[in-house]
Structure formats: structure tokens, C-alpha cells
Design a protein around this ligand. Structure first.
Ligand code: HEC
Length: 119
């Protein structure tokens, strides 16, 4: 019977460790570092915004009237932008669709835009 308890205890231990790791990765995920946030913002910008705006370091906007994201300041206050993105962006410009983003999406997008400041 000793062998029995050994074979049973080790999967339990492994399950505990796995649960611990899962909890840990969850914590790390919810406290995503700024870079991670900006990366997701970049992915979102590529998907939603890049058809009109230049979102990178040097290219031109596909739509000439859409400002390049790296030049969006000082025209747009990025500190207010997180809320504006959640309320439904933005310009009230007929060429620009209305986007209503979730909190983490909005924060990601703004983090990405802020990262362009340093280029
Ligand atoms: C279909 C084209 C199109 C798409 C897609 C688009 N935009 Fe725009 N956007 C424009 C145009 C055109 C303007 C210029 C509006 C103006 O001058 O009034 C603009 C202006 C802006 C401005 C400046 C607004 C202001 O108050 O001056 C911001 C910020 C902006 N867009 C962000 C975004 C973000 C973020 C996305 C993606 C989530 C996005 N846009 C997607 C066309 C677009």
C-alpha cells in the first residue's frame, strides 16, 4: 500500500504546482508590463487604424488627411485619449469611423501611441 500512496501523491503534487503556476501567470498577465500593453495596442492599430493612418515610424498615411500617429500630438491630448477611445472615437469626421474600445484596448492603443514619442 505504500507504493500506492506514492503513486497517488505525486500527481497531486504536480497538480498543485500546475495550479500555482497558472495562478502566477494569471497575476503576471493582469499586471502586464507597459511594453506588452503597447504591443497589443500596436496590433490593434494595425487591424483598425492602419488602413488610413500611418501608425509606424516613417511611412505616410494611406489617407492623406489622416494624421500619422507619430504626429498625433500636440493635436490630440493622449492623456484624455483612453477615455475618448472608450466613449467612441473621435473626430466626428465623416471619413473616420467611430470606434468604441474596451478599457484594456484603449490603454494599449494609447501606450503604443506614447511609445512613438521616443522615436
Ligand atoms: C477610414 C479611415 C480611418 C480609420 C480606419 C481611422 N481613422 Fe483616425 N482619422 C481619419 C481621418 C481622415 C482623420 C482626420 C480627421 C480630421 O481632420 O478631422 C482622422 C483623425 C484621427 C485623430 C485625430 C482626431 C482629432 O481630434 O484631431 C485620431 C486621434 C485618430 N484619427 C485616431 C484613430 C485611431 C486610434 C484609429 C483606429 C482605432 C483610427 N483613427 C482609424 C481616418 C481614419
Amino acid at each position: 500500500m505504500k507504493r500506492c500512496s506514492l503513486t497517488y501523491s505525486s500527481p497531486v503534487a504536480i497538480a498543485r504546482i500546475a495550479a500555482l503556476l497558472a495562478a502566477l501567470s494569471l497575476v503576471m498577465h493582469t499586471r502586464a508590463p507597459a511594453n506588452d500593453l503597447a504591443d497589443r495596442g500596436q496590433a490593434l492599430a494595425e487591424r483598425l487604424c492602419a488602413s488610413c493612418h500611418a501608425i509606424g515610424r516613417s511611412e505616410r498615411s494611406p489617407i492623406a488627411s489622416a494624421p500619422a500617429f507619430r504626429r498625433i500630438e500636440p493635436r490630440v491630448d493622449l492623456e484624455q485619449m483612453v477615455e475618448r477611445l472608450q466613449d467612441g472615437l473621435i473626430a466626428g469626421h465623416p471619413e473616420m469611423p467611430v470606434f468604441i474600445l474596451k478599457d484594456d484596448e484603449a490603454r494599449g492603443l494609447v501606450a503604443y501611441m506614447k511609445s512613438l514619442r521616443d522615436l
